[in-house]
Design a protein around this ligand. Structure first.
Ligand code: ATP
Ligand code: MG
Length: 426
């Protein structure tokens, strides 16, 4: 059919230059080509280069089978059961090589390695043509192919048009595509947030109603997605959009409930400030950790539960421990937080309590706690939005910034002040 012919933009008519493509990605493309396969750069790499942005990673699409790819590269590992593909390793850089997938809407077929459960594709290892591969991708702007054979860009789905008009459009029937893979809803919001694109009308329309589909996505996969949503540098905007489209509660239910219940807006402000802060760190190339973001998201739920336990007569320490366990367990039903981050969450929350105590000897020890920095940043944020007394944050700042030899004196001064206050009260 003539409609199915791709739009091909030749080398001189687009802005992608090989000098902006990672050398390793080029190496893989050229070697595939030399072995007689077709090979294309696809996805975020092509999209970002056309937008004059720096790609995060480079994905390759080819008619070579994963086993063929493995034979060509010594440094290659085949990964994924749900979606089998080849990872070619070059030190820290991984080039992802996927074989063209066939038409994904085709029904389950016993002979084929594809499984569809309630409209959701849980496994897809059915290979196909370039054109079929283009149609099974999520958004039109993610389905542009850079051909290593003649350096042209191949567009089967109108991706270039959407790229020019800053639109995010799902390929095919939007609702069906969300049902096939609900994570696409999160991807829609993520790309809209990151690129500042608008969701095209039919892509946007079903979003608000379909959040519940996220319940059937494995919590471990949702954690991976949460990392991308909140640590890629546009988390503040992404958070706003997730809530606008009723998606946030399917990731962080306890957080959403606390947000809806609060009347003073302090918790909302705390989250917004934390995300802004994280975005700034990302743009400055500073390290960020999901433990910080998640500790902020779950802070109010933990604090409220702790209050209830205190009223039941638990000690401060017990109440916080117990509340942390319950809230983390509840959270993990939606988004699986790996154990090492769970430990960091508990520590960041415990440090908030210990900051308030300002116990003389222990204060000095807290400064060298591995989670001190994250917990201290959190304390500052709390002070900014009025969740904790400003003088407390100032005291810790003074202690933190003072030279080691002066720290003992500072703590000593504070103890005297405290004692005086106590005697006055008596
Ligand atoms: P970035 O890497 O900048 O976050 P990306 O678009 O490259 O964005 P990846 O997750 O690296 O995203 O995926 C690479 C490509 O694979 C996408 O551009 C898209 O074409 C395709 N893809 C990824 N996830 C899906 C999905 N859930 N459904 C359909 N296609 C997908
Ligand atoms: Mg990518």
């Amino acid at each position: 059919m003539i409609d199915d012919a791709p739009n091909i933009i030749s080398r001189e008519d687009h802005s992608i230059s090989r000098s902006n493509i990672s050398e390793n990605a080029l190496k893989v493309l050229y070697r595939l080509k030399a072995a007689g396969f077709s090979a294309y750069l696809v996805g975020g790499g092509v999209r970002d280069l056309l937008l004059d942005r720096i790609p995060k990673d480079f994905d390759i699409s080819t008619d070579a089978r994963p086993e063929d790819v493995r034979k060509l590269f010594r440094n290659c590992r085949l990964i994924g059961r749900r979606f089998r593909l080849a990872h070619v390793h070059f030190g820290d850089e991984i080039i992802e090589v996927a074989t063209f997938r066939g038409d994904a809407s085709a029904e389950d077929d016993e002979d084929l390695d594809r499984e569809i459960v309630n409209g959701m594709i849980v496994r897809d290892n059915v290979y196909g043509t370039l054109q079929e591969d283009a149609r099974r991708r999520d958004f039109t702007i993610n389905s542009l192919y850079y051909n290593i054979n003649d350096f042209s860009v191949v567009d089967y789905v109108g991706g270039l048009r959407d790229l020019k008009s800053n639109q995010l459009r799902l390929i095919g029937d939007a609702e069906q595509r969300y049902r096939e893979d609900p994570v696409r809803m999160l991807r829609a919001v993520r790309f809209a947030g990151k690129l500042g694109f608008k969701l095209e009308q039919s892509t946007e329309a079903p979003l608000k109603q379909l959040g519940h589909l996220l319940e059937s996505v494995p919590p471990a996969r949702l954690f991976e997605e949460v990392l991308k949503l909140f640590l890629s540098g546009s988390s503040a905007e992404t958070f706003r959009l997730l809530r606008e489209y009723n998606l946030f509660k399917w990731l962080f239910l306890q957080t959403e409930e606390a947000l809806l219940a609060e009347t003073d807006g302090v918790f909302l402000k705390l989250i917004q400030e934390a995300l802004k802060n994280t975005d700034e760190r990302v743009s400055q190339g500073k390290p960020v950790t999901p433990a910080f973001t998640i500790s902020v998201f779950l802070w109010r739920p933990v604090a409220e539960l702790k209050q209830r336990y205190l009223q039941r007569g638990m000690t401060e320490h017990q109440a916080l421990l117990e509340a942390s366990e319950v809230v983390i367990a509840g959270q993990s039903q939606h988004v699986a937080v790996p154990r090492r981050f769970q430990t960091s969450l508990r520590e960041i929350w415990q440090l908030q309590d210990r900051f308030e105590k300002r116990a003389p000897k222990r204060s000095l020890r807290l400064l060298s706690h591995p989670r001190f920095r994250a917990a201290y940043d959190f304390l500052l944020l709390r002070a900014t939005v009025g969740d904790v007394n400003n003088t407390l944050a100032e005291w810790w700042t003074e202690l933190y910034n003072s030279e080691e030899k002066h720290r003992g004196v500072l703590v000593e001064k504070l103890t005297r002040r405290k004692r005086r206050r106590k005697t006055k009260r008596n």
